[in-house]
Design a protein around this ligand. Structure first.
Ligand code: NCD
Ligand code: ZN
Ligand code: ZN
Length: 345
């Protein structure tokens, strides 16, 4: 064997990349928001901020007031604002939202996720709104699950709706958020480059076996869409590791207080909190498959390209310096709590 082929290269100790973007993030409100904004800024330059608040971000004035609250926290995190599409949203509102600085509108089919009881039941009824979004060059982000369908099949059942949207609005940029299935990945690849998908850390790492054991649920792995089978996970991982340009990082980090997660009766709240561990976990995963050189594109280039944004100017350094993930951040249990990670920001 030639020396250059020797496998035992000295392990890298430092990795500097363009500061990443998180194209799907829940920054919440109130005290939690005040903690989340600076924590996010440690890892990310920009974040696409989800609008599923109570009450939701629906109008231009809602958007401005939420943006003001987030900015008042004070950090260098750049906010990419979104609004929630309601059955009552109009093309006129879309124009005003664009004017107010919205980057994307979010479609939650009714009842499929947290705070979506007021979501959309008739997607076609919103076609004039999608047309306005297409004309205004806004991105349509979709929580792609079909209401009333079991959690393992809900994403697959939604895919024909996604396909129809793309057929009717070929110039509208559409993102299938938190893609979780092989069928979803294959659908995205079959559509043109105006359609993309965000991929979370937890869907790259976990399967349904990490979520449910007999009748026990691990609440800190419990989210919508639920993590699926090993086959699904492998396809997501292969796609991301291959550097496919339609798939980029969006954490869907969705913190819920421990008290609403570790419940003795009823269902735990759904959402995985991954902000403080996302980049170290991704670095570890990409390194494990010898693709560390592709991490930067996944977290800092492909999403920016899709959103037609310039690449960030700042950089971030990860160091190989094992650390134990805290059990809690301000009352929220993070993904990988208590476990050791190789890379540290
Ligand atoms: C999200 C939340 O908690 O806001 N939860 C989740 O399980 N992903 C909502 C969402 O992204 O659908
Ligand atoms: Zn969602
Ligand atoms: Zn989300």
């Amino acid at each position: 064997m030639l020396l250059s082929e020797a496998k035992e290269l000295p392990a890298m100790t430092e990795l500097t990349i363009t500061k990443p973007d998180d194209f799907h993030l829940h920054l919440r409100q109130g005290d939690l928001m005040k903690q989340l904004v600076p924590l996010t800024a440690e890892s990310f330059a920009r974040a696409l901020v989800m609008p599923n608040l109570q009450p939701p971000v629906v109008s231009a004035s809602d958007l401005k007031s939420y943006q003001k609250d987030l900015a008042a926290v004070g950090s260098d995190l750049q906010l990419l604002m979104t609004f929630k599409l309601m059955p009552s949203t109009t093309p006129q509102m879309v124009a005003e939202l664009r004017q107010a600085g919205a980057v994307a509108g979010k479609l939650y089919p009714q009842g499929v996720s947290v705070n979506s009881e007021d979501g959309v039941t008739d997607v076609e009824a919103l076609y004039s709104v999608f047309d306005a979004m297409q004309e205004q060059n806004l991105v349509l982000c979709i929580h792609g699950e079909m209401p009333g369908v079991g959690e393992m099949e809900a994403e697959t059942a939604f895919l024909p709706t996604l396909q129809a949207l793309h057929t009717n609005f070929p110039r509208l940029r559409i993102v299938l958020e938190h893609v979780s299935t092989r069928a979803g990945v294959e659908m995205i690849k079959s559509l043109s480059a105006t359609v993309g998908a965000t991929v979370t850390v937890h869907h790259l790492l976990l399967t349904i076996d990490d979520v449910r054991h007999d009748h026990h649920i691990n609440p800190h792995h419990y989210c919508r869409p639920v993590c699926k089978s090993e086959v699904d996970r492998k396809i997501l991982l292969e796609t991301v590791l291959s550097g496919h340009p339609q798939f980029f990082f969006g954490s869907d980090s969705a913190p819920h207080l421990k008290a609403t997660k570790e419940v003795s009766t009823g269902e735990p709240s759904r959402g995985v909190f991954s902000t403080p561990v996302a980049l170290p976990l991704l670095a570890q995963l990409f390194e494990e498959y010898d693709q560390l050189s592709r991490l930067e594109a996944f977290v800092a280039q492909l999403g920016a390209d899709f959103y037609q944004l310039p690449k960030n100017k700042d950089s971030i350094t990860l160091q190989r310096s094992p650390w134990t993930v805290p059990q809690e951040y301000f009352g929220v249990v993070p993904l990988w709590a208590g476990k050791t990670l190789e890379w540290k920001i």
